[in-house]
Design a protein around this ligand. Structure first.
Ligand code: BGC
Length: 348
Protein backbone atom coordinates (compact mmCIF):
# COMPACT_ATOMS: atom_id res chain seq x y z
CA UNK A 1 0.00 0.00 0.00
CA UNK A 2 1.25 3.43 -0.93
CA UNK A 3 0.12 6.91 0.16
CA UNK A 4 1.01 10.17 -1.58
CA UNK A 5 -0.06 13.74 -1.03
CA UNK A 6 -1.49 14.76 -4.40
CA UNK A 7 -2.68 18.28 -3.63
CA UNK A 8 -2.10 21.10 -1.18
CA UNK A 9 -3.86 24.47 -1.17
CA UNK A 10 -3.53 27.20 1.42
CA UNK A 11 -6.76 28.80 2.54
CA UNK A 12 -6.95 31.41 5.32
CA UNK A 13 -3.70 30.11 6.86
CA UNK A 14 -4.90 26.53 6.77
CA UNK A 15 -3.35 23.80 4.65
CA UNK A 16 -5.95 21.84 2.73
CA UNK A 17 -4.49 18.52 1.66
CA UNK A 18 -5.59 15.63 -0.48
CA UNK A 19 -4.01 12.17 -0.18
CA UNK A 20 -4.17 9.19 -2.49
CA UNK A 21 -4.03 5.65 -1.09
CA UNK A 22 -3.35 2.83 -3.55
CA UNK A 23 -2.73 -0.91 -3.35
CA UNK A 24 -1.46 -3.50 -5.84
CA UNK A 25 -5.06 -4.54 -6.72
CA UNK A 26 -5.68 -1.15 -8.27
CA UNK A 27 -7.96 0.21 -5.53
CA UNK A 28 -7.62 4.01 -5.26
CA UNK A 29 -8.92 6.02 -2.29
CA UNK A 30 -8.70 9.79 -1.87
CA UNK A 31 -8.95 11.41 1.55
CA UNK A 32 -8.75 15.10 2.42
CA UNK A 33 -7.85 16.60 5.78
CA UNK A 34 -11.00 18.77 5.59
CA UNK A 35 -13.20 16.83 7.99
CA UNK A 36 -10.92 13.77 7.55
CA UNK A 37 -13.20 13.12 4.59
CA UNK A 38 -13.13 10.26 2.10
CA UNK A 39 -13.69 11.98 -1.24
CA UNK A 40 -13.32 8.99 -3.57
CA UNK A 41 -13.09 5.18 -3.48
CA UNK A 42 -12.43 3.55 -6.84
CA UNK A 43 -12.71 -0.23 -6.94
CA UNK A 44 -12.92 -2.86 -9.69
CA UNK A 45 -16.15 -4.46 -10.88
CA UNK A 46 -16.39 -8.16 -11.87
CA UNK A 47 -14.75 -7.35 -15.23
CA UNK A 48 -11.87 -5.43 -13.67
CA UNK A 49 -13.29 -2.02 -14.57
CA UNK A 50 -12.37 0.65 -12.04
CA UNK A 51 -15.18 3.07 -11.03
CA UNK A 52 -16.23 5.44 -8.28
CA UNK A 53 -18.19 3.85 -5.41
CA UNK A 54 -18.84 6.84 -3.11
CA UNK A 55 -20.45 10.25 -3.51
CA UNK A 56 -17.96 13.09 -3.32
CA UNK A 57 -16.91 16.41 -4.79
CA UNK A 58 -14.22 16.94 -7.43
CA UNK A 59 -12.33 19.54 -5.38
CA UNK A 60 -11.56 19.47 -1.62
CA UNK A 61 -12.45 23.19 -1.23
CA UNK A 62 -16.07 22.33 -2.06
CA UNK A 63 -16.37 20.61 1.34
CA UNK A 64 -15.99 24.02 2.98
CA UNK A 65 -18.57 25.94 0.96
CA UNK A 66 -21.23 27.62 3.06
CA UNK A 67 -24.05 26.23 0.94
CA UNK A 68 -22.76 22.68 1.44
CA UNK A 69 -22.19 23.03 5.19
CA UNK A 70 -25.65 24.52 5.76
CA UNK A 71 -27.19 21.53 4.02
CA UNK A 72 -25.95 18.95 6.60
CA UNK A 73 -25.05 16.29 4.03
CA UNK A 74 -21.65 15.10 5.38
CA UNK A 75 -20.39 13.34 2.22
CA UNK A 76 -17.62 10.94 3.35
CA UNK A 77 -16.83 12.97 6.46
CA UNK A 78 -15.55 11.93 9.84
CA UNK A 79 -18.46 12.96 12.04
CA UNK A 80 -18.07 14.04 15.68
CA UNK A 81 -17.87 14.81 18.57
CA UNK A 82 -21.17 12.93 18.61
CA UNK A 83 -22.51 11.34 15.43
CA UNK A 84 -26.30 11.43 14.86
CA UNK A 85 -28.76 13.26 17.08
CA UNK A 86 -28.85 14.33 20.70
CA UNK A 87 -32.48 15.17 21.41
CA UNK A 88 -33.17 18.87 21.87
CA UNK A 89 -29.40 19.40 22.15
CA UNK A 90 -29.47 18.51 25.84
CA UNK A 91 -28.08 15.82 28.10
CA UNK A 92 -27.22 15.26 31.74
CA UNK A 93 -23.91 13.92 32.94
CA UNK A 94 -22.90 13.41 36.58
CA UNK A 95 -25.81 15.60 37.74
CA UNK A 96 -25.07 18.52 35.42
CA UNK A 97 -27.14 19.54 32.39
CA UNK A 98 -25.22 20.34 29.20
CA UNK A 99 -26.70 22.34 26.35
CA UNK A 100 -25.40 21.75 22.83
CA UNK A 101 -25.84 23.87 19.70
CA UNK A 102 -28.95 22.87 17.76
CA UNK A 103 -28.61 22.50 14.00
CA UNK A 104 -31.40 20.10 13.03
CA UNK A 105 -34.68 21.66 14.11
CA UNK A 106 -34.44 21.49 17.89
CA UNK A 107 -31.94 18.61 17.81
CA UNK A 108 -28.14 18.58 17.83
CA UNK A 109 -26.96 16.61 14.75
CA UNK A 110 -23.52 15.16 13.93
CA UNK A 111 -21.56 17.28 16.41
CA UNK A 112 -23.36 20.57 15.69
CA UNK A 113 -22.85 23.40 13.18
CA UNK A 114 -19.07 23.41 13.78
CA UNK A 115 -18.62 19.67 13.97
CA UNK A 116 -15.47 17.73 13.11
CA UNK A 117 -16.58 17.35 9.47
CA UNK A 118 -15.59 20.92 8.71
CA UNK A 119 -12.38 21.22 10.69
CA UNK A 120 -9.06 21.20 8.91
CA UNK A 121 -7.28 18.27 10.57
CA UNK A 122 -3.52 17.81 11.00
CA UNK A 123 -2.48 15.05 8.63
CA UNK A 124 0.63 12.96 8.17
CA UNK A 125 1.76 9.78 6.47
CA UNK A 126 3.16 7.31 8.99
CA UNK A 127 5.38 4.32 8.27
CA UNK A 128 4.20 1.21 10.12
CA UNK A 129 5.32 -2.43 10.02
CA UNK A 130 2.27 -3.22 7.88
CA UNK A 131 2.89 -0.32 5.46
CA UNK A 132 1.95 3.35 5.31
CA UNK A 133 -1.00 4.76 7.26
CA UNK A 134 -2.66 8.14 6.88
CA UNK A 135 -3.05 9.69 10.33
CA UNK A 136 -5.29 12.66 11.07
CA UNK A 137 -5.46 14.56 14.37
CA UNK A 138 -7.79 17.15 15.82
CA UNK A 139 -8.16 18.88 19.17
CA UNK A 140 -11.67 19.76 20.24
CA UNK A 141 -11.49 22.22 23.14
CA UNK A 142 -13.60 22.12 26.30
CA UNK A 143 -17.09 23.68 25.73
CA UNK A 144 -16.85 23.45 21.93
CA UNK A 145 -20.45 23.14 20.67
CA UNK A 146 -21.36 22.81 24.38
CA UNK A 147 -19.46 19.57 25.14
CA UNK A 148 -17.40 19.18 28.32
CA UNK A 149 -13.70 18.29 28.23
CA UNK A 150 -10.74 18.83 25.92
CA UNK A 151 -10.78 15.98 23.43
CA UNK A 152 -7.76 14.76 21.44
CA UNK A 153 -8.90 12.82 18.39
CA UNK A 154 -6.91 10.59 16.08
CA UNK A 155 -8.26 8.81 13.01
CA UNK A 156 -5.98 6.42 11.10
CA UNK A 157 -6.75 5.23 7.59
CA UNK A 158 -5.04 2.13 6.25
CA UNK A 159 -5.67 0.43 2.90
CA UNK A 160 -4.69 -3.24 2.96
CA UNK A 161 -3.67 -5.42 0.03
CA UNK A 162 -6.99 -7.27 0.59
CA UNK A 163 -8.92 -4.10 -0.35
CA UNK A 164 -9.87 -3.26 3.21
CA UNK A 165 -10.05 0.36 4.22
CA UNK A 166 -9.36 0.10 7.94
CA UNK A 167 -10.38 3.14 9.98
CA UNK A 168 -9.08 3.26 13.56
CA UNK A 169 -10.55 5.87 15.89
CA UNK A 170 -8.96 7.04 19.11
CA UNK A 171 -10.17 9.90 21.30
CA UNK A 172 -8.95 10.92 24.73
CA UNK A 173 -10.62 13.44 27.03
CA UNK A 174 -9.58 15.19 30.24
CA UNK A 175 -13.18 15.10 31.53
CA UNK A 176 -16.20 12.82 31.04
CA UNK A 177 -17.93 13.54 27.71
CA UNK A 178 -20.05 11.70 25.15
CA UNK A 179 -18.11 10.66 22.04
CA UNK A 180 -19.44 8.98 18.90
CA UNK A 181 -17.17 9.01 15.86
CA UNK A 182 -18.24 7.64 12.50
CA UNK A 183 -17.59 7.92 8.81
CA UNK A 184 -20.45 9.26 6.70
CA UNK A 185 -19.58 7.86 3.26
CA UNK A 186 -22.49 7.42 0.85
CA UNK A 187 -21.84 4.23 -1.14
CA UNK A 188 -23.13 3.48 -4.60
CA UNK A 189 -21.40 0.38 -5.93
CA UNK A 190 -22.83 0.66 -9.45
CA UNK A 191 -20.15 3.09 -10.61
CA UNK A 192 -22.93 4.72 -12.62
CA UNK A 193 -25.44 7.54 -12.42
CA UNK A 194 -28.14 5.25 -11.02
CA UNK A 195 -29.73 4.96 -7.57
CA UNK A 196 -29.05 2.28 -4.96
CA UNK A 197 -32.58 0.81 -4.81
CA UNK A 198 -31.40 -2.34 -6.61
CA UNK A 199 -28.45 -2.95 -4.30
CA UNK A 200 -28.86 -6.01 -2.09
CA UNK A 201 -28.15 -5.63 1.59
CA UNK A 202 -27.60 -8.04 4.46
CA UNK A 203 -27.22 -6.68 8.00
CA UNK A 204 -26.13 -8.78 10.98
CA UNK A 205 -28.70 -7.36 13.34
CA UNK A 206 -31.60 -8.90 15.29
CA UNK A 207 -32.74 -5.64 16.89
CA UNK A 208 -33.20 -1.95 16.16
CA UNK A 209 -34.12 1.22 18.03
CA UNK A 210 -37.51 2.63 16.92
CA UNK A 211 -37.67 6.41 16.78
CA UNK A 212 -40.07 9.29 17.03
CA UNK A 213 -39.32 12.89 16.09
CA UNK A 214 -36.07 11.48 14.55
CA UNK A 215 -34.64 10.19 17.86
CA UNK A 216 -34.90 6.75 19.51
CA UNK A 217 -37.80 6.39 21.91
CA UNK A 218 -35.55 4.22 24.10
CA UNK A 219 -36.82 0.74 23.22
CA UNK A 220 -34.75 -1.99 21.61
CA UNK A 221 -37.05 -4.25 19.59
CA UNK A 222 -36.61 -7.31 17.32
CA UNK A 223 -36.20 -6.69 13.57
CA UNK A 224 -37.99 -9.96 12.80
CA UNK A 225 -41.03 -9.49 10.55
CA UNK A 226 -40.22 -5.82 10.02
CA UNK A 227 -38.62 -4.05 7.01
CA UNK A 228 -35.47 -3.82 9.19
CA UNK A 229 -34.89 -7.56 9.04
CA UNK A 230 -31.87 -7.93 6.75
CA UNK A 231 -30.73 -11.36 7.96
CA UNK A 232 -31.09 -12.43 4.35
CA UNK A 233 -30.31 -10.26 1.34
CA UNK A 234 -33.03 -7.75 0.46
CA UNK A 235 -33.01 -5.08 -2.19
CA UNK A 236 -32.95 -1.59 -0.68
CA UNK A 237 -36.11 -0.64 -2.60
CA UNK A 238 -38.03 -3.84 -1.85
CA UNK A 239 -39.89 -2.79 1.31
CA UNK A 240 -39.86 0.99 1.01
CA UNK A 241 -43.66 1.10 0.79
CA UNK A 242 -43.79 -0.23 4.37
CA UNK A 243 -41.62 2.64 5.61
CA UNK A 244 -42.07 6.38 6.02
CA UNK A 245 -41.28 8.40 2.87
CA UNK A 246 -37.61 8.85 3.84
CA UNK A 247 -36.99 5.09 3.67
CA UNK A 248 -34.22 3.77 5.88
CA UNK A 249 -32.67 6.15 8.39
CA UNK A 250 -32.50 3.92 11.46
CA UNK A 251 -30.08 2.58 14.03
CA UNK A 252 -29.65 -1.18 13.92
CA UNK A 253 -28.12 -3.03 16.85
CA UNK A 254 -25.21 -5.05 15.48
CA UNK A 255 -25.16 -8.63 16.79
CA UNK A 256 -22.26 -9.62 19.03
CA UNK A 257 -20.25 -7.71 21.56
CA UNK A 258 -19.12 -4.11 21.44
CA UNK A 259 -15.33 -4.10 21.17
CA UNK A 260 -15.19 -7.24 18.98
CA UNK A 261 -14.51 -6.54 15.32
CA UNK A 262 -17.41 -8.35 13.67
CA UNK A 263 -19.25 -8.22 10.37
CA UNK A 264 -22.08 -5.69 10.38
CA UNK A 265 -23.25 -5.66 6.76
CA UNK A 266 -22.72 -6.99 3.24
CA UNK A 267 -23.86 -5.04 0.19
CA UNK A 268 -23.95 -6.32 -3.39
CA UNK A 269 -24.61 -4.53 -6.61
CA UNK A 270 -25.95 -7.27 -8.90
CA UNK A 271 -25.09 -5.31 -12.06
CA UNK A 272 -21.40 -4.53 -11.50
CA UNK A 273 -20.78 -7.48 -9.14
CA UNK A 274 -19.15 -5.14 -6.60
CA UNK A 275 -19.44 -6.17 -2.96
CA UNK A 276 -18.88 -4.10 0.16
CA UNK A 277 -18.50 -5.65 3.59
CA UNK A 278 -18.66 -3.53 6.73
CA UNK A 279 -16.98 -4.64 9.96
CA UNK A 280 -17.02 -2.76 13.24
CA UNK A 281 -16.29 -2.84 16.96
CA UNK A 282 -19.18 -0.45 17.64
CA UNK A 283 -22.57 -1.52 19.03
CA UNK A 284 -24.80 0.03 16.36
CA UNK A 285 -25.05 1.19 12.78
CA UNK A 286 -27.20 3.89 11.16
CA UNK A 287 -28.53 2.52 7.89
CA UNK A 288 -29.41 5.66 5.94
CA UNK A 289 -30.49 5.42 2.30
CA UNK A 290 -29.95 9.05 1.33
CA UNK A 291 -33.53 10.28 0.92
CA UNK A 292 -32.59 13.82 1.95
CA UNK A 293 -30.13 14.27 -0.93
CA UNK A 294 -32.04 16.65 -3.16
CA UNK A 295 -29.89 16.92 -6.28
CA UNK A 296 -28.46 20.30 -5.36
CA UNK A 297 -24.95 18.82 -5.09
CA UNK A 298 -22.94 16.65 -7.44
CA UNK A 299 -19.64 16.26 -9.26
CA UNK A 300 -18.53 16.11 -12.88
CA UNK A 301 -20.01 12.60 -13.19
CA UNK A 302 -23.42 12.94 -11.58
CA UNK A 303 -25.92 14.84 -9.45
CA UNK A 304 -26.65 13.40 -6.03
CA UNK A 305 -30.43 12.95 -5.73
CA UNK A 306 -32.59 10.95 -3.30
CA UNK A 307 -31.34 7.33 -2.93
CA UNK A 308 -28.17 8.04 -4.96
CA UNK A 309 -26.03 6.63 -2.15
CA UNK A 310 -26.41 4.91 1.22
CA UNK A 311 -24.52 5.15 4.49
CA UNK A 312 -23.44 2.51 6.98
CA UNK A 313 -22.60 4.72 9.95
CA UNK A 314 -21.14 2.52 12.66
CA UNK A 315 -21.95 4.17 15.98
CA UNK A 316 -23.20 4.32 19.53
CA UNK A 317 -26.97 4.54 19.40
CA UNK A 318 -28.36 8.00 18.57
CA UNK A 319 -29.18 10.10 21.63
CA UNK A 320 -27.48 7.53 23.89
CA UNK A 321 -26.43 10.18 26.47
CA UNK A 322 -30.16 10.45 27.26
CA UNK A 323 -30.79 6.68 27.45
CA UNK A 324 -28.97 4.98 30.34
CA UNK A 325 -30.11 1.56 29.06
CA UNK A 326 -28.19 2.02 25.76
CA UNK A 327 -24.46 1.13 25.58
CA UNK A 328 -22.59 4.03 27.15
CA UNK A 329 -20.91 6.53 24.83
CA UNK A 330 -19.25 8.35 27.72
CA UNK A 331 -15.50 8.72 27.43
CA UNK A 332 -13.54 9.46 30.62
CA UNK A 333 -9.83 10.19 31.18
CA UNK A 334 -9.48 6.49 32.17
CA UNK A 335 -11.57 5.13 29.30
CA UNK A 336 -10.69 6.58 25.90
CA UNK A 337 -12.74 5.99 22.75
CA UNK A 338 -11.08 3.16 20.82
CA UNK A 339 -12.96 1.73 17.85
CA UNK A 340 -12.37 0.31 14.40
CA UNK A 341 -14.51 0.14 11.29
CA UNK A 342 -13.48 -1.64 8.11
CA UNK A 343 -14.94 -1.24 4.61
CA UNK A 344 -13.85 -4.18 2.49
CA UNK A 345 -14.30 -4.24 -1.30
CA UNK A 346 -14.59 -7.18 -3.64
CA UNK A 347 -16.36 -8.25 -6.83
CA UNK A 348 -17.95 -11.51 -8.01
C1 BGC B 1 -28.95 10.85 9.68
C2 BGC B 1 -29.98 11.45 8.75
C3 BGC B 1 -29.42 12.73 8.18
C4 BGC B 1 -28.13 12.41 7.46
C5 BGC B 1 -27.46 13.61 6.88
C6 BGC B 1 -27.73 10.57 8.87
O1 BGC B 1 -26.74 10.06 9.72
O2 BGC B 1 -29.40 9.70 10.31
O3 BGC B 1 -31.18 11.70 9.45
O4 BGC B 1 -30.34 13.32 7.30
O5 BGC B 1 -27.23 11.78 8.33
O6 BGC B 1 -27.31 14.61 7.82
Amino acid sequence: MKIEKIQQTDLRNQELKLFKLTNPNGTIINITNIGATITSIKTKDRNGKLSETVLGFDKPEEYLSERYLKNCVYFGATVGRFANRIAKGKFELNGKTYKLNQNNGHHHLHGGPNGFHQKVWDARIEETDAGQALVMNLTSPDKEEGYPGNLEVEVRFFLSNENELIIDYHAKSDAPTPVNLTNHSYFNLSGKDTDILDHEVMIFSDEYTPKQDDVPIGDIVPTKDTPFDFQEFHKVGERLNHLPREGYDHNLVINGDEGDLRRAAVVKDPHSGRILEVYTTMPGMQFYTGYFLDGSFGNSEKKFGPFSGMCFETQYFPDSPNHPAFPSSIVTPENPFIHTTVFKFNAE
